[in-house]
Design a protein around this ligand. Sequence first.
Ligand SMILES: Cc1cc2nc3c(=O)[nH]c(=O)nc-3n(C[C@H](O)[C@H](O)[C@H](O)COP(=O)(O)OP(=O)(O)OC[C@H]3O[C@@H](n4cnc5c(N)ncnc54)[C@H](O)[C@@H]3O)c2cc1C
Length: 417
Amino acid sequence: MTIEFSFSKKHLEMREGIRGLAKSVIRPQALAWDRAGGIPEDFLRNMARLATSMGSNAMTSGLGDESDGARADLADAGDRKKKLGANLFGVLAAEELSWGDPGLLLCLPGPGLGGPPVRASGTPEQKKRFFSVFKDLHDDAAPLQWGAYGLTEPAAGSDVAGIRATCRKDGKHWVLSGRKCYITNGARAAWTVIFATIDPSLGRAGHRAFVVEKGTPGFSVGRIEDKMGLRASETAELVLEDCRVPEENLLGGEEKYVSKEGFMTAMKTFDNTRPLVGAMALGIGRAAYEYTCEFVKKNYVLSRPVPRYAAIAERLARVGRGLEAARTLTWRAAWLADEGEPNAKEASMSKAMAGQAAIRACIEAVEICGAEGSIAKDHQLLEKWFRDIKVYDIFEGTGQIQRIVISKRLLSDLKAF
Ligand SMILES: Cc1cc2nc3c(=O)[nH]c(=O)nc-3n(C[C@H](O)[C@H](O)[C@H](O)COP(=O)(O)OP(=O)(O)OC[C@H]3O[C@@H](n4cnc5c(N)ncnc54)[C@H](O)[C@@H]3O)c2cc1C
């Protein structure tokens, strides 16, 4: 087993570029976007164009580069991803952008979380058709386009196997009924990958994944959530009422579903996106940690008694090493994905650890900065990071679920000896 990986010059140059952008352009606007509950479309368009000009669409496509419709007909995305190190680029970019503002990353146009299941399970025709929606980024007259991922339901979040949205075949269509909730960009998405079941009693084996296009009769937007954090990002409820979806929109075609493939489609998505979500959490955690270090340098070193400073330094050291350890796990999980190696355990480890390390960083920041840490005022982002961070231990599988996945994998690894 090899554990070595390194970044190419291109990776590092891109990271520097995004870091500069995050500092000079993104962070200064983060609080305003949070208060406005959204980000102006002109800004999103420019950011997405910039991402493409930097040589990869990983930022806007939720990993991988099929958001460029012109290239979507290339059948084997795996080789190209490996060559570009797209997953590693994704985690580097995600940490930097999230350091600037985590909401922005979720708002960027592109297939988003809908991208990985189409990439993993779509037929060549489906990839071409659905990714080509995003190719007009450079045409000012063309509307911005998003994709979305609809798995969660009011009674099925962690318990993915328990989804109740139904699908039944009727001639050349599938008829979908049910509700999906907390769907990032669901209200604005040109299409959403919707998971439904042919029979809830079949569990995972009954799952089917469909690409449901905006405007399909019977497909509508319900409530838009008023969230504690990530307020610039829109989260929507989606309603399916006898929604007739053409059979060509069943992801991968019928043969894909002879076994548990439908469920595996959902899980493959997580193997690629969990390290990315971990990296986003690390961006917020690092932001809070750096803020606290500056605060401590300014307020404690010369003016406060040494024993108290030593206790605070110890807390900072614990936060710093937690972030560093989680970052290494995250990079490794992404690197394994680029190598085409199984990474389900590492992906869960990276997300579980990054979420916790970043939450710890934000809690310590608010506590160490005292009252200053809890005040909402211009250019003071600490209370915003405190609100933003919690969801990173909830979406893409909660911390508890990650730990269950990890322990199952560890125990099955042990059986091999
Ligand atoms: C901002 C935001 C954006 C989101 N975006 C999307 C999206 O784009 N697409 C999408 O499909 N979903 C999305 N979600 C939904 C998200 O993935 C779910 O909220 C998440 O999976 C948890 O499900 P739940 O909220 O139903 O909580 P539950 O599953 O009900 O969990 C509640 C608590 O019980 C614990 N728990 C549950 N089962 C177990 C167990 N077996 N053992 C131990 N503890 C357990 C959980 O860890 C948690 O602490 C989003 C959510 C948020 C908040």
